[in-house]
Structure formats: C-alpha cells, structure tokens
Design a protein around this ligand. Structure first.
Ligand code: LMR
Length: 310
C-alpha cells in the first residue's frame, strides 16, 4: 500500500527501510524481492535489515508494527512487559539515528503505552511527533454506523474515539454527522435508537479487535494496515475540510485528560501538524467513559514503568 502511493499520495517517491528480527530474516529478504519484482514506480529503494541502526538511519516516517504479538486468550496487559522493553530500546535507536523531523506512528499493542515509553525514552524527538493508532477504531465506528443507517461509509463523519486502543476506548457519536441530500445532519437525529448507540454500538467497536482475533486466531491485519495509511496520509497531507479524525497523541490537558498520557482525541491535521479539536460539549455519560479510559492508561503507565524497573 505504501509503495503504491496509498499512504503518501501518487507523487511521493520513497525508500522503504524494513526491520525485523534475525529469525525472520529469510522472510524479510523475500519481502524485499517481491517489492522489487512489483516494479512500483514510486519505490526508489528497499533496505531490509535486522540491524536497528541501519533501519533507523535518516528515516522520516516510522511505523512501528513490530512487537510481541497478542495470542488468543491474552489480555493486552499480558504483552506489556515484553513490548515496553522493545520500545525503550527502539527509542534510543530512533533518537540517535532517525532524521531530526521524524514522525512516528505506533501500531503494536499496547499502542498508547508503547508510544508513551517511546516518547519518554526519546526526549529529543518532539512529543507531537509521536502518535499511536486509533484510526482503526475510528474506521470501525464509521462502518458500524453506516451499516446501521444503510448509507455509504463515506457519508458518516466526525465520530470520536477517546482514550486507549483497548476495550475501555470510548467511541462517541455525539458530534457525528451524516451527509444527506439536504445537507449534513446530526447522526443522533437519524439513529433514533439512542439505547443502541450507548450500549451495543460502543461494545461492538470496543470488542471488534478481539472478535477478529478470535475468528482468525491472529490480530487484524489489512484493516490495521489501511488505518495506518489513513493516519499517516491525513497527518501529512491534511484532514479534509470540516472533518476530524481520531489519533492517539500526547495529552496537553485538553478535556481534562492528564497531560503526558498518550490518549486518543479528535484532531484536525494540516501540513504535517495535528491539533486537538477544542470546545466540544461533553455530557456526563461521555465524561465518565473518557475518565475510565484515562485511568486505565495511567495504570498501564505505572505497569510499564514497573516492567522496566525504573
Ligand atoms: C485490533 O484492534 O484489531 C488489535 O489491536 C487487536 C489486538 O489487540 O491485537
């Protein structure tokens, strides 16, 4: 998807740096061969390596999909101790070898806390350059709502995923709209079953990753890849006018979320920068859900630090 230009547009050439661990080096070499064999016009080179220094050297965009995988039956917290150690080590490599303006998207779970560890152990990378993926949850929410209303997914916008990429995330439909023949209308006018919005819908989005995992015995793959492309594309090329998306970013205290946590907010992006959408009204129901997810992230942070023995 990246080499075809889906992530950065049809005019942006690239060199791909692919990092994997030593036991996967043969498969990695095969990926490199297949990339070459695809003759992608935008692909100007492939560096496939198991050496983290070579992988990080001068990179501008980093997508961190590597981590100890979550196996069926494992909670996200179970993978924490394995992954924070990896993320701490990669923070040092990125800090030393990546380009000064590098921007990072963390996909591997626990994504928010891996991003937080990266941010804290790579202090010279500006914190606004380190983000995590909640666009997958955002896309899942759009898809569920479009399905409920039997409308194209492209006509639903401005849902929000608040919080952690976990089962405490809060998919919020209070500000979502649907484009109709007579203009944009609040989603809550069209989905009249507010009970569904407050219950089944939220649980469905929160549990979708686990449902995919149960069904295929592995985490979601191409929907996550598509969401990662969406995240980077909007970050670099801008969100469409009048539309926001959800991104896990470092909290500045907006909406009462403790500063420093990597928390999913509604953001608009322009020229490679994101800004949290301000001034949205938050009702009591939302407040409680947003705070629950912030609490979980604070607990994950403590757990991560205890795994690192610092
Ligand atoms: C997903 O949302 O599909 C994944 O993050 C699930 C997981 O925990 O691997």
């Amino acid at each position: 998807m990246i080499a075809r230009g889906i992530m950065l547009g049809p005019d942006q050439p690239m060199i791909l740096h692919l990092l994997d661990i030593e036991p996967a080096s043969s498969s990695l070499e095969a990926v490199k061969m297949e990339l070459q064999d695809s003759a992608f016009p935008l692909l100007k080179g492939v560096i496939a390596t198991t050496n983290v220094v070579e992988a990080c050297k001068d990179v501008n965009i980093v997508i961190m999909i590597g981590g100890f995988p979550r196996i069926a039956g494992m909670e996200r917290k179970d993978v924490m101790s394995k992954n924070v150690v990896i993320y701490k080590a990669q923070a040092s490599a990125l800090e030393r070898y990546a380009s000064d303006d590098c921007k990072v998207l963390v996909v591997a779970n626990p994504a928010n806390t891996n991003a937080l560890i990266l941010k804290e152990f790579a202090p010279s990378i500006p914190e606004e350059n380190i983000t995590c993926l909640t666009r997958l949850d955002h896309n899942r929410a759009l898809a569920q709502l479009a399905d409920k209303l039997s409308v194209p997914v492209s006509s639903v916008k401005n849902v929000i995923v608040w919080g952690n990429h976990s089962s405490t995330q809060y998919p919020d439909t209070n500000h979502a709209t649907v484009s109709t023949k007579t203009g944009d209308r609040p989603l809550k006018e069209l989905v009249t079953d507010h009970n569904w919005l407050k219950n089944e819908f939220i649980v469905e989005v929160q549990q979708r990753g686990a449902a995919v995992l149960r069904a295929r015995k592995q985490s979601s793959a191409f929907s996550a890849a598509g969401a990662a492309c969406d995240h980077i594309r909007d970050w670099f090329l801008g969100t469409p006018k009048g539309t926001w998306v959800s991104m896990g970013v470092c909290s500045d205290g907006s909406y009462g979320i403790p500063p420093g946590l990597v928390y999913s907010f509604p953001v608009i992006c322009e020229k490679g920068s994101w800004k949290i959408v301000q001034g949205l009204s938050i009702d009591e129901f939302s407040r409680e859900k947003m705070d629950d997810s912030a609490r979980e992230l604070a607990e994950e942070k403590d757990l991560a630090y205890s795994c690192l023995n610092v």
